[in-house]
Design a protein around this ligand. Structure first.
Ligand code: MV4
Length: 597
């Protein structure tokens, strides 16, 4: 087995991969950006290397710096996790060329599945059912119109060829909407993937998002671990996932399992991967393949007992899969809730900030995958996912009750999260009846009821009498944890608070208690920006009257469009923003005076 693996990621997935490495007896190497110096994935690793400043392009996406860290550490393999470089064929190829193992599929498989038109063509040839539509790129709006008139018909989905996960996805219900849809998908394709090419699919009105987990080794074995249902999503961000899918029985499972293993085999896939598809009235259509371990792999682990991450590492080393298809048995039901630092009552707007007290749920059938703890910062620079809460029980109803109980136990002080959203949705009739809940997720009035309780300020900031202090030092960019034992010293280095007596390694970051309350900070009329980014759209005018929850502006950050809504009803008295302008976290976007002021 490998003796040392570098994990080219951060947060919960970095910790998840380290756990697998530790169980396999593999030493772990973390990498980190400057704002992640105190992150849990860094402390947990056997050694750690600074990549650079916060922006991902200068740290977690900087391939030269990553390869430098691989060489300095002597790691034999790199695990990319998900996001960042996980589906970057050039990175996988660069590692292959340097004699370093990429823990994932061959670069050729990433590339084949990366182009959605190429993937559709390959899948159709392999006998995998694809959503009816084009397999060739559609160059012009006129070509699109012709293809629709000749074969596809309305409604139609226009999708970016470089896309995936819903980016660059538009719908035209009729001819009058086609031009907007075509141009919108092309523009987003260009922006996100530097590829304005689009293709067309028949738009399915109310499908379920059902995906199949596959595992393949370098000895020709390709198996599937059953399916997950990820229909509960908002703006193509999955919020809740479950396994098995409520709409899939054993017969259908065998059928879509075969589709998935055929799809993987067609690109000579190895490692862990996912075939995403749409299920409508018993018909299953291939959408795309995710050539990486996914956020929601855990629900499959809970119902099969198979460690997907460990299998991925084993097959990357060249070992055969430790299980065969006949060994795979699904038992009970698992649900995952993504606990994001977002405010569901404000259009799911990002709510970065620092965590005060923090306590994870436990007890039977409960699993928490997280990369945070008391005092952790949720940076606006990265994914807002704080933790994943996964539960298992014998059936869907009992798993739901267990999830409600576990959500209740979860304490995340000082941060606005999706905990109340999940609590509320799991108690609805729609969830109980296994509907896709699309109506609820788009229902402003329903979401507004989920307004987050104002975080209470804790009084846990007092410093205990200490005899031991922990410092972090970086020597030529390599991280070392240094323990200093002696009388308390004022003015701790690096902002690290002295650890409590005996509590080895326990550090408390200074709390920025006001940051979490970004919406109303600095005066009740002021609407502050919850994040740093660029103003894409201003939806109100100065002097206009707005309702609470009305769209004020759209801010693009990390290539994501974030809708910022009015925190109260009133008149827009000040509007110091313009399209194209940059805003920083905490900047005033608008001042809204209450009616009658
Ligand atoms: C579709 C679709 C309908 N017809 N494609 C693409 C990415 C993923 N996030 C969902 N995607 C969809 N692709 C065609 N041809 C509808 C969706 C879709 C969806 C599907 C199942 C369950 C929930 C969904 C929420 C939004 C979009």
């Amino acid at each position: 087995m490998f003796s040392k693996v570098l994990i080219a990621n951060r947060g919960e997935i970095a910790v998840r991969i380290m756990r697998a490495c530790e169980e396999l007896g593999i030493a772990t190497v973390a990498v980190y950006s400057e704002p992640d110096r105190d992150a849990i994935h860094v402390k947990r690793a056997d050694e750690a290397y600074l990549l650079g400043p916060g922006p991902a392009a200068e740290s977690y996406l900087a391939t030269d710096r990553l390869i430098d860290a691989v060489n300095r550490s002597g790691a034999e393999a790199v695990h990319p996790g998900y996001g960042f470089l996980a589906e970057n064929a050039a990175f996988a190829a660069a590692l292959e060329d340097a004699g370093i193992t990429f823990i994932g599929p061959p670069a050729s498989a990433i590339e084949a599945m990366g182009s959605k038109t190429r993937a559709r063509e390959l899948m159709a040839k392999a006998g995998v059912p694809i959503v009816p539509g084009t397999t060739e790129p559609v160059r012009t709006f006129e070509d699109a119109r012709k293809a629709i008139e000749d074969t596809i018909g309305y409604p139609v989905a226009v999708k970016a060829a470089g896309g995936g996960g819903g980016k660059g996805f538009r719908v035209a219900l009729e001819d009058s909407q086609l031009q907007d849809a075509f141009e919108g998908a092309a523009r987003e394709g260009e922006k996100f993937f530097s590829d304005a090419t689009v293709y067309l699919e028949r738009y399915l009105p109310d499908p379920r998002h059902v995906e199949v987990q596959v595992l393949a080794d370098k000895h020709g074995n390709v198996i599937h671990l059953g399916e997950r249902d990820c229909s509960l999503q908002r703006r193509h961000q999955k919020l809740i996932e479950e396994a098995p899918a409520p709409a899939v029985d054993a017969e259908l499972r065998a059928r879509i399992g075969k589709i998935a293993t055929d799809a993987a085999a067609a690109v000579s896939y190895t490692g862990a991967g996912t075939i995403e598809g749409l299920l409508q009235e018993g018909d299953y259509f291939f959408l795309e393949m995710n050539t990486r371990v996914q956020v929601e792999h855990c629900v499959t682990e809970m119902v099969t007992g198979i460690d997907i991450v460990k299998e991925g590492i084993r097959v990357a080393y060249g070992e055969p899969l430790s299980i065969s298809q006949d060994d795979v048995v699904m038992r009970g039901h698992a649900i995952e809730c993504r606990i994001n630092a977002e405010d569901a009552s404000r259009n799911f707007s990002p709510a970065p900030g620092s965590i005060g007290a923090y306590r994870e749920p436990a007890g039977p059938g409960v699993r928490v995958d997280s990369g945070v703890g008391p005092g952790s910062e949720i940076s606006p620079m990265y994914d807002p996912m704080v933790a994943k809460l996964i539960v298992w029980d014998v059936d869907r109803e009992q798993a739901t009750a267990r999830m409600v109980r576990a959500l209740e136990e979860f304490e995340i002080e000082g941060l606005t999260t999706l905990l109340p959203f999940h609590q509320a949705i799991l108690r609805t009739r729609q969830w109980r009846d296994a509907e896709t809940c699309r109506d609820l997720i788009e229902d402003r009035a329903w979401l507004k009821e989920l307004a987050f309780p104002r975080p209470e300020k804790g009084d846990g900031d007092e410093v205990a009498e200490t005899v031991q202090q922990s410092y972090t030092v970086e020597v030529s960019g390599k991280r070392f944890d240094v323990k200093v034992i002696g009388p308390p010293v004022a003015g701790a280095l690096n902002g690290a608070a002295p650890a409590r007596e005996g509590a080895v390694g326990a550090k408390r970051a200074p709390r920025r208690s006001e940051r979490a309350q970004s919406g109303g900070g600095g005066g009740a009329d002021k609407l502050s920006s919850p994040l740093q980014g660029t103003v894409l759209k201003v939806a109100v005018e100065k002097g206009a009257d707005v309702e609470e929850g009305a769209l004020v502006c759209v801010i693009e950050a990390m290539k994501m469009e974030n809708e910022i809504t009015a925190h109260k009803a009133g008149t827009v008295a000040e509007l110091p923003i313009a399209v194209g302008a940059s805003v920083a976290t905490g900047d005033t976007l608008a001042v809204i005076n209450s009616a009658g002021e």
